[in-house]
Design a protein around this ligand. Structure first.
Ligand code: S6P
Ligand code: ZN
Length: 185
């Protein structure tokens, strides 16, 4: 019997080795374009939670990690609640995302800063190639949950996104998601 189980109706993991982290608005200052809308929201509001299982030590060559991310529904101005987003520190490391519930958008940006997006809906499988920054936005009215599988030696480069952002944002325009190019910075 494995140490970890998944509830496929919610994506939730349970088992002793499972760890979690929670991202609240206070930890995302600067990520959203509308600073006034950001300041009007409660800093302690939960944006997303991640559960993950690291059966080997981070950095182990050839190992795999498993996780699930649940993004709450919400907007900051016209921008959907979203993950911070990152490149993998080891640029050649790929990843799979599979949507469990909800509706969303997966932003994919290459190192030349070209950004495209894929719609996420229950059952959609997304291959994130190496060298591609990835961020997920919840475009629906309920929670968006996806499972992920990535290399234990991928690492995370959050700094590049913190500094330069993505070249486009997923914004709610006339009630529907639209990828809007960002002003150059
Ligand atoms: C890890 C994988 C996911 C994210 C999670 C939160 O490589 O892509 O588990 O860590 O979706 O996003 P972020 O950008 O805050 O790490
Ligand atoms: Zn990743």
């Amino acid at each position: 019997m494995s140490d970890v189980r998944i509830d496929w109706s919610t994506g939730e993991l349970c088992g002793v080795p499972v760890r979690s982290k929670h991202k609240r608005l206070a930890g995302m200052r600067g990520a959203y374009r509308d600073a006034a809308a950001f300041d009007a929201l409660a800093p302690e509001e939960l944006v997303y939670s991640v559960q993950f299982w690291m059966p080997v030590r981070e950095g182990t060559p050839g190992g795999l990690f498993w996780g699930q991310t649940t993004i709450c529904p919400g907007v900051v101005g016209d921008e959907y609640f979203m993950t911070a987003g990152h490149f993998h520190a080891a640029r050649d490391r790929a990843e799979y995302y599979v949507t469990v519930r909800g509706e969303g958008g997966l932003l994919l940006m290459d190192e030349a800063r070209d950004t495209r997006w894929e719609r996420m809906q229950p059952g959609s499988v997304h291959y994130i190639a190496g060298g591609i920054a990835h961020r997920v936005a919840n475009t629906g009215d309920g929670p968006l949950t996806f499972v992920a599988c990535w290399h234990s030696d991928a690492g995370h480069d959050y700094g590049t996104i913190l500094k330069h952002g993505f070249s486009a944002r997923l914004r709610k325009v006339n009630g529907v998601p639209r990828l809007v190019p960002e002003d150059r910075r």
